[in-house]
Every structure is written in structure tokens, then in C-alpha cells.
Write a protein that binds this ligand. Sequence first.
Ligand code: TYD
Ligand code: MG
Length: 451
Amino acid sequence: MKREVLFYCTSCGHESKKWIGQCPGCGAWNSFAEQPRPPRSRAGTDLRPRAALVPVSEAAVSPAARAATGIDGVDRVLGDGLVAGSLVLLAGEPGIGKSTLFLQVAAAMARPGAPAVYVTGEESAQQVALRARRTGSVGPDVLLLAETSCEAVLEQLRTISCALVVVDSIQTMVVDELDAVAGSVAQVRQVAARFQAWAKTGGVPVVLVGHVTKEGTIAGPKLLEHLVDVVLSLEGEPGHDLRLLRAAKNRFGTVAELALFAMGEHGLEGVLNPSAWLLEDRQAGAPGSAVAVALEGTAPLLVEVQALVAPSALGTPRRVAQGFEGSRLSLLLAVLERHAGLALADRDVYVNLVGGIALSEPALDLAVAAALVSSASDRPLPADLAVFGEIGLLGEVRGVSRAAERVREAAALGFRRVAVAGRDAAAQLVLPAEPIRRVSDLGRLVSREGA
Ligand code: TYD
Ligand code: MG
């Protein structure tokens, strides 16, 4: 029988009968590769029991059985732990701490009689064991399996009953009968399908670790998003200790939760008071510094925004934003020029969210603008002031969601007043609120010397 050959986009998984130069799915060039079609009916998917037709009124609605991982932040982001039989994808850039975090999770979940299995295809058992010692993730119930063959792993898993399986990473696993290299679209799909089938049948949660690169060229996370139940992503800035864990997709809960960890000598540690952690090294009273109250997940988060406005030696001045969207910065600069009379055309502008955190929330606008005005005028904002609000194209400042909670967090951290949109200032707030109706009002904040 002639084997049918298909072409796949190695970037997004788009399939085509013939080779194409540019992928119609994701727009990537020269991303198509020839791959054999995955075997149709022999996959592990056949193990699944056949479903029956059930009236919606009689379908079971009992909450899914969950097991806490024992690591607070991870549980919160998942929505109270791992659901039995669920398939979770943990995505993140290489070196960000994926292996460290889930080795810690494995150690926290493992119990006598219900071990956690850590499959390592990337590092040797010895390397993983060294990391386990360093992070205190040791114990007789964390079982290591250094193996890259999917069948061999599943064979081992059939011999024990366990609480959790971590597969590190999906890109190193292969289904032997498939004539394709590890990490290719066909392999990644088949490996994920087999672990999914095994997870569902055994009722055991399986976590697949997957690398993403900034270019997204390696087949993996993008391809699997629709297949898995939960997509977690671990993020952070190079050179910083702070790591953010969030759910990009969650069939069993919200995607609004966020957990912060700090990478230390002994692995990842939950940051109990993120606002205090982020404000620790703040230079209060320095021109160009403003404290924003953002909302990340469901919790308000105080973060220092720093701005530097300096004369430019270049024909086209530089605009650099770290942790804040560059296009949003351009927009704010245009609004400040037009509506607050700030002359920035021959100035370099740098904006940075301190602590290596990256946020995209409109409520940051007002703090970024305040920091810019403060730096441009070389006058500090009051040290006890926190700021939040969205800025519109007409120079108006707009209210944001959950203002009262934001103000409470600022008060808890010792701030004594807030600068907010008129709507939010008018609401009953805990701290004295400075109404900022237009960006031109920001000058008021920096002009009161020593206030
Ligand atoms: P790792 O978990 O291997 O990342 P990933 O699996 O996402 O590729 O983490 C690697 C980095 O974390 C490495 O640069 C060293 C650092 N690290 C610490 O700082 N402290 C620790 O206790 C551990 C285990 C790692
Ligand atoms: Mg790793």
C-alpha cells in the first residue's frame, strides 16, 4: 500500500497535501516539512470507552475530583489543584524554571503508595537528582524515569498506581512506530494523544512540559493548546528572579489567577506578598518614579514604574519600554505631547516596570504618564502616593475596574493617598483620592514641592 505523505507547518501544524512556501495558517515562510501521516487507528486513543447519548438534564454535574499539589500558587492558578485524569501543558522559555517547579510539585504530591513519576527525556536521572537535592524535592516516593520512548514510559506506568506524572519534555518524547524525529509536529501530537488517553483511563493527572521560544519555531505548545485541558505558562525576564505562573487556558476553572515565585538557591519559592516584594528597593521621592496599582489575576498588585526622559543624540529618539507594551507607550507619549504640553520630540524615553514583571493593563497608563511627567520636569511625585487609571486619546483619564480593592491594597502597603480618575475619586475610597480628570492635571502632582 502506498503510504500517504502530508506536509505540515512546523510552526502551527497546518496541514496541506502539497508543499507551500507560506503557511496559510500562521503566515510563516518555508515552514512546511514533509511528514508521514500519523497511524490512524492504532493510537492509544482506541483505549477510550465508547460514549453513550445522555440527556443534558441527566448528565453528571458533580465537581471534578481534584488533588492539591501542595504548592499554594500552583493550586490557585489551577483552581484548587489538579483534576484527576486531566492533561496539563506547562509552557515556557528554556531555562525559566519549568523543570524546577514541577519537580517541586512532584515532591509535594508524592505519598507512600501514591508516588509521583517524573519522566525525564531531556536531562539524565543524575542531573534531575542533583536538582532534587538542591530544592529539597527528595523522598522515596518521587520516581524518576529517564526515557524518551512513549511506549516504554506507558509500559512502566501500567505497573504502578501513581498520583501524578510529569513528562519533561514533550519535545524529547517519541512514539517509536512513527517515522519522524522527536519534536516534530507528528511526534508531538501522537505523544500528547497517548498520554491523554492514558490520563483519562487511569484518572491520573499528566503534566507535559513544553518549550516555547520567542520565535515559536519549535513544534509544541501552540500545537497542543486545543488538545490539553489546561495550559499553564511560566514567564519571567532574563536576569530577574521573579517568575509568573498563569493559566492561558483552563477547562476546570478561571484563567484570571496568577502566582508569583522567586527563583532562589533552593528552587522556586512562592512570593507571599507580591506588592511588598516588588516595592522593596524603591527609591521613594526620586523624579521619574511612580507606584501603580495594577490588577493581575484577581489580586491588586503594586508595582513601581520608572521613567527616564533625556535629551536625544539621535535623529530618531529612542523609545524603550520594559514590562510595558511599546505601542501603548507611543500612544501615551503622543497624548502627553498633545494634551499636557510635554515636548518629547527630541527626547529619548525609557519606561521600566521594576522587578522584571511584565503587565498589560490599561490602569497602568496613569502611573506611566505620571512617571514621565515627573522625569521630564525633574520633580518627584509624593512618596506616599499610588496611582491608577486609564488614559484616552483625548487626554481624558478614565475609571478602571475594582477601584476600591486597589485602594485597599495601596493602604495596606502604607500609601496614604491615591491619584485616580474622577469617577474613581468620587467613589467612597479608603484613602484621600486626588481626582485626575485630564493628563494636564498630572502637573499638579509634581508641582507641590514636599507635599
Ligand atoms: P530549569 O528548571 O532547568 O528551567 P527549564 O526547565 O524551564 O528549562 O531552571 C533552570 C534555571 O534555574 C537555571 O538557570 C538555574 C536556575 N536555578 C536556580 O536559580 N535555583 C535552583 O534551585 C534551581 C534548581 C535552578
Ligand atoms: Mg527543563
